[in-house]
Design a protein around this ligand. Structure first.
Ligand code: AMP
Ligand code: ZN
Length: 373
């Protein structure tokens, strides 16, 4: 073989993805391999040899990203209400953490084989020791997730804090309310996800375990990537429903479930006693795939940048979930008021005291007065 093909062959081999293993620190069983991006459910099961009744059969769900070298641990929680059986606590595991399957029992370490390498030279050296676990072993505390960044146990954290812990998404934004390309005339949009049209971004996010806060067989809840308030989530159905226009009476049950899940998200929020929440749909959504906005009414967010943002949540452009459901029950379809886009051009008016504000910065200053009172 000529030089080029030998090099290609070596290079291909060296590009192999690191492997991830869950290793019992008690040496109770052989390491369990966590395959790249394939969820593994563990608990009281033959693989772990745990027989302790304190440990449920489906104690944790582990999801490894072998390329990036981290795992996500989801712990199913019977929280808040029977409707949300599958509400889970989820964190990304970063180096220096330890996982206990139950409280302080059954310690585990997550190990990756050597990291993915960027240059062929480095790859060649490291690939020799591929089977050897990397020194950069990861471990996590489950039940109590102790992070190296924070000494606080995650079980004491609010949902939001847990989210922040695991959130690795970037926060750059093209403002919702202004199109990514100035030439496009659309009501609103945010930064596109790489690959694919920006308007399809929710479909990407809803499938991303890092974005998911809750899921069941019908819906998934994700954190809005460009939140317009302290708490801003989107509830999306798994079934592909492109827009409000295609809704019919058959969807009523699903929409009611979406609303119920939204309410439970609010119940799970530590700020629920101090902040008001609203749930609804934009009359003319910019993003494909119907989504219910669940948003706190502080509007205290750097992502809220312009009049369209403001008016889309504080005028009749925002259709309350219950109104939409009532409309669907009554008429069998959703009719959006003609000229709904005109709502976006209305003057900036405080949603609490209705006082008009000249500019967004002035409005933001004004909103603070309501927050502190
Ligand atoms: P709308 O379509 O106007 O009802 O709103 C779409 C919402 O999706 C906005 O609040 C955006 O901030 C949010 N958003 C845009 N792109 C993404 C994304 N890729 N992942 C999650 N949320 C997004
Ligand atoms: Zn006011």
């Amino acid at each position: 073989p000529d030089c080029t093909s030998v090099f290609c062959c070596i290079f291909k081999n060296l590009q192999k993805m690191p492997e991830c293993f869950l290793v019992s620190e008690d040496d109770a069983h052989k390491p369990i391999q966590l395959h790249h991006q394939q969820p593994v459910i563990l608990g009281r099961c033959p693989e772990t040899k745990i027989k302790d009744k304190k440990c449920s059969r489906e104690q944790v769900e582990l999801w490894a990203d072998c390329n990036k070298g981290f795992i996500i641990i989801k712990q199913w929680m019977m929280l808040y209400c029977i409707h949300l059986k599958h509400f889970y606590n989820q964190v990304s595991v970063t180096p220096g953490q330890r996982l206990h399957m139950v409280n302080q029992l059954y310690p585990y370490t997550v190990k990756f084989t050597e990291d993915q390498i960027s240059s062929p030279m480095q790859t060649a050296n490291l690939s020799n020791s591929r089977s050897k676990p990397s020194k950069r072993a990861l471990s996590a505390s489950q039940m109590n997730y102790y992070s190296s960044n924070t000494s606080k146990a995650a079980s004491n954290m609010s949902l939001e804090e847990r989210e922040q812990l695991r959130s690795q998404s970037n926060t750059a934004e093209t403002p919702c309310g202004s199109p990514p390309s100035k030439k496009m005339v659309v009501p609103s949009a945010d930064k596109p996800d790489s690959g694919g049209h920006w308007s399809q971004g929710l479909k990407v996010s809803m499938q991303d375990p890092k974005m998911q806060m809750y899921k069941d067989d019908k819906v998934v809840v994700i954190k809005d990537k460009y939140p317009k308030a302290r708490h801003h989530w989107l509830v999306l159905p798994w079934s592909s429903i492109s827009s409000l226009k295609v809704l019919c009476s058959e969807h009523v049950e699903l929409l009611k479930h979406m609303q119920l899940v939204g309410q439970q998200m609010v119940q799970g929020c530590l700020d629920r006693h101090t902040l008001r929440f609203r749930m609804g749909y934009h009359a003319i959504p910019s993003m494909s795939h119907i989504h219910l906005h669940v948003i706190s009414q502080d509007f205290d967010s750097p992502c809220l940048k312009n009049k369209k943002h403001w008016n889309s949540f504080t005028t009749d452009y925002f259709i309350e979930s219950q109104d939409l459901i009532a409309m669907l029950e009554q008429d069998g379809k959703v009719s959006v008021k003609e000229g709904a886009s005109e709502f976006l051009k209305l003057p900036l008016r405080c949603h609490v005291c209705k006082k008009e504000q000249p500019t967004i910065p002035k409005l933001k200053d004004h909103l603070k007065t309501h927050l502190s009172s």
